[in-house]
Design a protein. Structure first.
Length: 143
């Protein structure tokens, strides 16, 4: 059995190359590198006023708002999401999430049908990439 305590995760910091408000702290608590066969997870935190950045994911994702207030954009639709909200993001549909509250936004993303996720962002993250590939991240032991 694999268990993960979200309150004890070590988070990596990501900042947009062109825009410092594209900023989060994140990790992938459960992916293929941990033994998962058919799903993957991402946990991230976004400070007030910051956003994740528009991107697509290689698998369908369910965003679970654990705490805080967010503006979620999926495709051309934007809605508010608060603690306890679920946001469904279809595979390869551009999406973004922004912290619109005054407290830290905490989100768990669950990807169905895949144990490795490739996220492609419109804007690059520092140092020089717009792609996050969980297989490469854990191969390099960076998260």
């Amino acid at each position: 059995m694999v268990t993960v305590n979200l309150n004890e995760l070590e988070l990596a910091e990501f900042t947009g190359k062109e825009n410092a408000s594209q900023h989060c702290k994140a990790t992938f608590p459960l992916v293929g590198a941990h033994g998962s066969k058919n799903l993957a997870t991402v946990y991230f935190e976004i400070a007030p006023g910051d956003h994740l950045g528009t991107h697509t994911d290689s698998a369908e994702e369910l965003l679970i708002i654990l705490s805080g207030e967010a503006q979620a954009t999926v495709g051309n639709v934007t809605k508010q999401a608060v603690e306890g909200s679920l946001v469904l993001v279809p595979e390869m549909v551009p999406h973004n999430i922004k912290n619109t509250g005054n407290t830290l936004l905490k989100v768990l993303g669950v990807f169905g049908g895949a144990n490795n996720i490739i996220a492609t962002f419109e804007k690059e993250w520092l140092p020089e990439s717009n792609i996050v590939d969980t297989a490469l991240l854990f191969e390099q032991n960076t998260l």
